[in-house]
Design a protein around this ligand. Structure first.
Ligand SMILES: N[C@@H](CCC(=O)N[C@@H](CS)C(=O)NCC(=O)O)C(=O)O
Length: 205
């Protein structure tokens, strides 16, 4: 059995869109939970199995899977026919995995450092900076129109996400702006936003 623990308007919203894009509705139970929000609102939900009370969490037959890249990889391997990734084990799959892990390990930390106004030689040596990350995106999108080439994939879904939440971070480059706009125009994203509006108004289950 597969269950996704979700809190409306959070990083788990992208996983709701993923489930929709993969055509997996009905195969994964959605368990809404509350979380502590950065503005001090909300609170950790005792029903949430995440070791730090965060979302998203996917539970697969009792195994707890955290981190969006891990959840994406797990679902794409379980449901390879969904069309949101290359075939596992192929060279293209390796490039797909690189985008997801680069996002979690580099792009998101770089954006958080930037938002927090943090600079330090060790941070630069480890993560480089947003300008270096933007170059990687530009190179991929020049071939485009999606990160993996001709087809939208779960790499686009994850990597564009901070720019969808924080438009000010979006690099002033038409290639990147248009790609973010294309990702944001996906009908599955609009359906997630509508469902989140409902979930946000309900007490947690
Ligand atoms: N690296 C994690 C981050 C998860 C995360 O920080 N989620 C936030 C919601 S946007 C959360 O659950 N915050 C609640 C808390 O920090 O207690 C991922 O990408 O899945």
């Amino acid at each position: 059995m597969l269950t996704l623990y979700h809190s409306a308007n959070s990083r788990s919203s992208g996983m709701i869109t993923l489930i929709d894009e993969m055509g997996l509705e009905g195969q994964i139970a959605i368990h809404p939970v509350t979380i502590g929000r950065i503005d001090g609102s909300g609170m950790r939900d005792p029903a949430n199995p995440h070791p730090e009370g965060k979302v998203p969490v996917l539970v697969h037959d009792g195994e707890v899977i955290t981190e969006r890249a891990a959840i994406i990889l797990h679902l794409c391997q379980l449901f390879p026919q969904s069309g949101l990734s290359p075939v596992p084990g192929t060279p293209e799959w390796g490039r797909f995995v690189s985008w997801l892990v680069w996002y979690q390990g580099v792009l998101e930390p770089v954006l958080i450092h930037q938002a927090a106004g943090l600079t330090h030689p060790m941070l630069a040596a480890t993560f480089r900076d947003h300008a270096a990350a933007v170059l990687r995106l530009q190179q991929a999108l020049e071939a485009g129109p999606w990160l993996m080439g001709g087809a939208y994939s779960a790499a686009d879904l994850l990597v564009h996400s901070p720019y969808a939440w924080f438009a000010d971070f979006t690099p002033d480059d038409p290639l990147i702006r248009d790609w973010v706009a294309r990702c944001m125009a996906r009908p599955a994203r609009a359906r997630t936003m509508a469902r989140d509006a409902d979930w946000a108004g309900q007490p947690s289950a």
